[in-house]
Design a binder for this molecule. Structure first.
Ligand code: PEP
Ligand code: MG
Length: 547
């Protein structure tokens, strides 16, 4: 057995015969020609055919993987019509008196090298595209067919690299998985694989020879590995993983698109927690109704210096646009305690969890707070952003936030900068906030209960201290009663209340939360569908009666 490691593009397990993908690559010879104009006409004819093929591929991709992913084939059509590309080919035919194949191949090499040498990553990626379109024209000039047609039975396809056009032409019924030696995670090929839900690896250094061709292979897209000629125990282990993966995906499929509604008609919002915009794909994949907690401090923690207003604006805007009208709750900076940024220059504290953290930093350093608020208000013109303030203990703090928000809005108005009107809510994660939640509810649009901190502060147990695990009882009646109280006070004031701490994903409590009237649960993306299943199977009134 041999094992090779690569970068996983899409999770999943595939087991089957390995087939090395043989490209329809063209051997191009330099041939002297007599009649340049006839040769150019040959090229023009081949180009028309290539454009027709691309139109067909665009339609196929549109049906199978959607407009955004199909767009690459429109780009390829435009590239084929590009004046510089065409002038180079025709000029070569005329001045060097060479065949169209040679002129296309040489132009392809020249342009690809030019793109590859550019600083811009996006332009670098276009080198593969120019080779791809040229290969297509060469195939037409040679009257040949593509490489995908050679695949006859379901196989794990292994190649040095795959162009987007090659990937989309692969018959999904016959491709169990694909593995490439080269290729980046951001290439269109990788994007297509994800959208097509094919387990795939890129950047996998494996030999493209008889040591793998025709052998049994297992692609482990979860751990980024391909096993060639697996031994029995590996095969048994991966088969088990594959069964579990299939079950998980089946569950995922049947529950996607369903409303989170109980048997007796109670609705709950199931949102996702994220720390980075890279998590947005998982949010969409798991059918989250929105984002219930975007921990914005991770933007600060990943940097060496304060992120600028513009940097933050771009991130929040991207989240809002990607979620397309669904609520995106962004929590303002929650630095402090275990989340320290050197450049904040914070003083050492005896009790950091009870120290200068979260909203306390923002209220004592209003300029820092204003930068983030400006970015958030600006981005909310692009989608349904909601702002959430952490570690609140009093109405006074909320009033101070409101004053700063008014200043920010006045500044943006005076500067003629566009902004939206985001909803504004607070985290309920201190016992003090629970006890004054009736008053707080009059000031804000929603509550989100941070059970991680609420448990720590209620039980007086440092959440970081693993030695105290046996005392950290997240089901403690004090915590559960606090949640219930917060929900009741929210409803009295006509606002909604959710849970964004880890307890929200505790499936043994889902029914209890529904019984309390919790309006929203914000959990890691992978927990959404299992919780939806419980919601769909619950009758809240019966559950309450049976308690
Ligand atoms: C919480 O305290 O429950 C919470 C969601 O915030 P964090 O875990 O980031 O402190
Ligand atoms: Mg917290």
């Amino acid at each position: 057995m041999n094992v090779y490691e690569g970068k996983s593009v899409f999770h999943g397990i595939a087991i089957g015969r390995i087939s090395i993908y043989k490209k329809g690559e063209q051997q191009v010879k330099r041939v002297k020609i007599d009649d340049a104009e006839t040769e150019i006409a040959r090229y023009e004819e081949a180009k028309i055919q290539a454009v027709k093929q691309l139109q067909g591929l665009y339609q196929k991709a549109l049906r199978e993987v959607g407009e955004a992913n199909a767009a690459i084939f429109e780009v390829h059509q435009m590239m084929l019509e590009d004046d510089d590309y065409n002038d180079s080919i025709k000029n070569m035919v005329r001045t060097q008196e060479v065949n169209a194949e040679y002129a296309v191949a040489s132009t392809s090499d020249n342009f690809a090298q030019m793109f590859a040498a550019m600083d811009d990553d996006y332009m670098k990626e276009r080198a593969a595209d120019v080779k791809d379109i040229s290969e297509r024209v060469l195939t037409v000039l040679h009257g040949g067919g593509g490489g995908a047609a050679a695949i006859k039975e379901p196989s794990i396809i292994v190649a040095d690299d795959l162009a987007p056009s090659e990937t989309v032409q692969l018959d999904k019924e016959l491709v169990l998985s694909f593995v490439t030696v080269y290729g980046s995670l951001n290439s269109h090929t990788a994007i297509l694989a994800r959208t097509m839900a094919i387990p795939a690896l890129v950047g996998t250094p494996l030999p493209l020879d008889d040591t793998i061709d025709g052998k049994l292979g297992i692609v482990d897209g979860v751990n980024g590995k391909i096993y060639v000629d697996p031994d029995e125990s590996t095969l048994a282990r991966l088969k088990k993983m594959q069964r579990e993966d299939i079950q998980r995906k089946e569950l995922l499929q049947t529950l996607k698109g369903k409303e989170n509604i109980t048997l007796d008609g109670k609705n709950v919002m199931l949102y996702a927690n994220i720390g980075n915009i890279k998590d947005l794909a998982a949010v969409l994949q798991n059918d989250a109704g929105g984002i219930g907690l975007f921990r914005s401090e991770f933007i600060y923690l990943e940097k060496e210096d304060y992120p600028t207003e513009e940097e933050q604006f771009q991130i929040y805007k991207q989240a809002a646009e990607t979620m397309a009208g669904r609520r995106v709750i962004i929590r303002t900076l929650d630095i402090g305690a275990d989340k320290q940024c050197d450049y904040f220059g914070m003083e050492q504290e005896e009790n950091p969890a009870l120290g200068c953290r979260a909203i306390r930093i923002c209220l004592t350093r209003p300029e820092l707070f204003k930068t983030q608020l400006r970015a958030l208000f600006r981005a909310s013109a692009y989608g349904k952003i909601a702002i959430m303030y952490p570690m609140i203990t009093s109405v006074k703090e909320v009033k101070r936030i409101q004053e700063i928000v008014s200043l920010v809005k006045a500044e943006l108005t005076n500067q003629g900068i566009e902004f939206g009107e985001p909803e504004q809510g607070i985290m309920i994660e201190t016992p003090a906030a629970v006890m004054v939640s009736e008053e707080l509810a009059e000031e804000v649009d929603f509550f989100s209960i941070g059970t991680n901190d609420l448990t720590q502060y209620t039980l007086a147990i440092d959440r970081q201290n693993t030695k105290l695990d046996e005392f950290y009882d997240s089901h403690h009646p004090a915590v559960l009663r606090m949640i219930s109280m917060v929900v009741q006070n929210a409803h009295k004031a006509g606002i909604w209340a959710g849970i964004c701490g880890e307890l929200g994903a505790d499936q043994t409590l889902t029914q209890e939360f529904l019984a309390m009237g919790v309006d929203e649960l914000s959990v890691s993306p992978g927990s959404i569908l299992p919780i939806r299943k419980i919601v769909l199977e619950t009758n809240v009134e019966e559950y309450k009666a049976g308690k």
